[in-house]
Design a protein around this ligand. Structure first.
Ligand code: HEC
Length: 110
């Protein structure tokens, strides 16, 4: 009798997620990466700027320095609109899309 009771408890633990709706647990999950959650300052923007901009723009190496050109619109203008920065060659479409999302989110220091 004790054994059956134990099995029922184990089963109910496993079955407790049965009614969870997949679309509520995983919004946008079509097998595509959700870039909106990827583009953080420390995880994406900072290393990209370090690799592609800081050799010429030492001041962009930290958040405060980069935020100056983000806030005055020059970052978006040169990188996303004119696309003449970085001067060594354009960023990929994916990198531009991630930067755009980060800027639209208010360029958080996250
Ligand atoms: C090879 C050197 C070089 C690299 C790499 C480079 N830049 Fe520039 N950038 C310049 C020079 C030189 C200027 C000034 C002349 C001009 O405005 O075109 C400039 C100007 C700018 C300006 C305008 C600044 C102002 O105050 O008007 C922005 C914004 C900018 N760059 C952003 C970037 C970003 C962001 C990156 C990296 C994604 C980058 N640049 C990479 C050389 C570079």
């Amino acid at each position: 009798m004790k054994k059956i009771f134990g099995i029922v408890i184990i089963l109910s633990v496993f079955m407790s997620c049965y009614k969870d709706k997949e679309e509520l647990l995983y919004p946008n999950d079509f097998g595509l990466a959700d870039t909106s959650s990827v583009a953080t300052y420390t995880g994406f923007v900072k290393p990209l700027v370090a690799a592609r901009c800081v050799s010429c723009h030492a001041g962009f190496g930290n958040y405060a320095g980069l935020k100056i050109v983000v806030d005055n619109g020059k970052f978006a203008n040169r990188v996303l609109v004119k696309k003449d920065m970085p001067s060594g060659g354009p960023l990929s479409a994916e990198q531009l899309a991630k930067l755009d999302k980060w800027l639209k989110a208010g360029a958080p220091n996250n």
